[in-house]
Write a protein that binds this ligand. Structure first.
Ligand code: SF4
Length: 81
């Protein structure tokens, strides 16, 4: 997955606070964005059908930002109904 630019203020405290807020809102609103809910997921391996390394979105903790403050969302997510 291509990594985006680092946010200007990506101190560990700000990243942790943003991720905590995101976890609460994702649970409250039932946000679907992880690989397990995407039609491109391949259960085997660490790449999806589009060839992205998806370990972070498939297995990682629920979060909006990585440790450097970059968004971890995938623009090719497609909901698997
Ligand atoms: S397209 Fe994106 S969201 Fe879907 S399985 Fe691949 S990495 Fe995950």
């Amino acid at each position: 997955m291509k990594k985006g630019p680092t946010r200007r203020d990506s101190s560990p405290e700000r990243v942790a606070a943003a991720n905590e807020r995101f976890r609460e809102e994702a649970e409250r609103y039932g946000l679907a964005y992880r690989c397990q809910q995407c039609i491109h997921l391949r259960p085997e391996g660490v790449q999806c059908a589009l060839g992205y390394p998806n370990e972070m979105l498939a297995l990682g903790e629920v979060r909006a930002l990585d440790e450097e403050g970059r968004f971890v969302f995938c623009k090719d997510f497609e909901l698997d109904d």
